[in-house]
Design a protein around this ligand. Structure first.
Ligand code: TTP
Ligand code: MN
Ligand code: MN
Ligand code: MN
Length: 407
């Protein structure tokens, strides 16, 4: 029997990018509570408080075992008074009153519902709530003008709020690979974001696309998106241009932190039946003889199609057929090959891990890191890298693989 005085006292470095955080969280009740406080702060435009709660949650996510007593925490960084109070409440009473009442509050629930619409952020949701709008029904009846993005978000609300499975992410990967390869043979498509960190579900699927010959990737996004669209795979798409130019001088901070790749925020229309995806790819698949084929696309053909079995045997005229597809958020990013390592590091996440990497770079190394480049202010020059490992080395950090960036 371990008494309080014998329980291990934890220690850890203060930046999340100095720690290994797997998906195996030993303190989910504590971290859920702190994450909810963080989310509420973010939704209330209190970003500073939000980050503080995110950092506290991340410290607990990195612990090797469950916390049993407050004494174990005294050597840990990033645990402010408020976070400690919440942890103490949960350890002593099994729950935090503050978190419970927040979770049940009308305002929090309305914020969740409204920001659950693709294209609606905290500011918009807050404005609507002040206009008395708390539900989707009230929003629809309000006559508020919605952006094109918000209209799509509202239309596909249910699907987009259903977690994306790894199997669905893999199905979309195949489609994107076939389409990208047919537009520009030799291109590389990499799954990034949460799925690269080993998550089993996500709110979207993130892809990074490049080509080993620098410059060949220019204009690629437009072609990929129009081919996806013409094959019937897109319900919505919003493209933005690449405007990143490396400057000889120290980059202006504001613009340096903005991501400037060719990118596309989209909503995919994924057939539930995988055979249907193949039919939709049509002549792109299988590859015409002599075309470049890396063999991976071939897997699509041999996948199980259990969902489709028997679904066409009986047609009842009066019963509405269940929807044969599902809407899924997909982010596509095109990166020049020379920036690919930075793009990969910047888009793999987690968001807190990214934020901490940039904070480490600035505060500890006088460097600026973004998804394009690493600038060293002391040497007055950009540092090149062809792998994530090299970037960690430039930053004086031990390499942390994607599966351990779940801060
Ligand atoms: P997300 O897709 O939002 O998050 P995620 O993949 O970690 O988790 P989820 O399952 O909820 O999808 O973002 C992925 C990474 O992309 C994140 O580390 C931040 C980065 N990113 C940018 O660099 N620029 C951007 O404009 C956006 C939206 C994300
Ligand atoms: Mn994602
Ligand atoms: Mn997300
Ligand atoms: Mn994303």
């Amino acid at each position: 029997e371990q008494s309080d005085s014998e329980a291990a006292v934890f220690t850890m470095p203060s930046y999340a990018c100095q720690r290994r955080t797997t998906m195996d969280n030993k303190n989910p009740i504590l971290t859920d509570a702190l994450s909810l406080l963080a989310e509420n702060a973010e939704l209330s435009n209190q970003d500073g408080r939000g980050v503080a709660f995110r950092r506290a949650a991340a410290v607990l996510k990195a612990l090797p075992e469950a916390v049993t007593s407050m004494k174990q925490l005294k050597g840990l960084p990033c645990l402010g008074g408020h976070s400690q109070r919440v942890i103490k409440d949960i350890l002593e009473n099994g729950a935090s009153d503050e978190v419970q009442s927040l979770r049940q509050s009308e305002r929090y629930q309305a914020l969740k519902v409204l920001t659950g619409i693709f294209g609606v952020g905290a500011k918009t949701a807050d404005r609507w709530i002040r206009d008395g709008i708390h539900t989707l029904q009230q929003l629809r009846e309000s006559g508020h003008t919605l952006t094109r993005t918000q209209q799509a978000g509202l239309e596909h609300y249910e699907d987009l709020n259903m977690p994306v499975s790894k199997a669905e992410a893999d199905d979309i990967s195949k489609i994107v690979e076939v389409v990208v390869d047919s537009v520009l043979p030799g291109s590389q498509v990499a799954l990034t974001g949460g799925f690269r960190r080993g998550k089993q579900t996500g709110h979207d699927v993130d892809f990074l696309i490049t080509h080993p010959e620098e410059g060949k990737e220019e204009g690629l996004m437009t072609k990929v998106v129009s081919l996806l669209d013409s094959k019937g795979f897109l319900l919505y798409q919003q493209m933005t241009r690449n405007s990143y130019v490396e400057s000889e001088d120290a980059p202006a901070l504001a613009s340096f932190h903005m991501d400037r790749f060719e990118r596309c925020f989209s909503i995919f229309k994924l057939p539930k039946d995988r055979e249907e995806s193949l039919k939709q790819l049509g002549s792109l698949y299988p590859k015409p003889a002599g075309g470049v084929c890396d063999g991976r696309a071939g897997e699509v053909l041999h996948r199980e199609t259990s969902q489709s079995q028997g679904s066409h045997s009986e047609v009842q005229e009066e019963v509405k057929e269940p929807k044969s597809w599902r809407a899924i958020r997909v982010d596509l990013v095109v990166s020049p090959f020379s920036q690919f390592a930075f793009a990969q590091l910047g888009w793999t996440g987690s968001k807190l891990f990214e934020r901490e990497l940039r904070r480490w770079a600035g505060q500890e190394k006088r460097m600026s890191l973004n998804s394009h480049a690493l600038y060293d202010s002391k040497q007055g020059k950009y540092l090149q890298a062809t792998s994530e490992e090299e970037i960690f080395t430039h930053l004086g950090l031990e390499f942390i693989p994607p599966s351990e960036r779940n801060a």
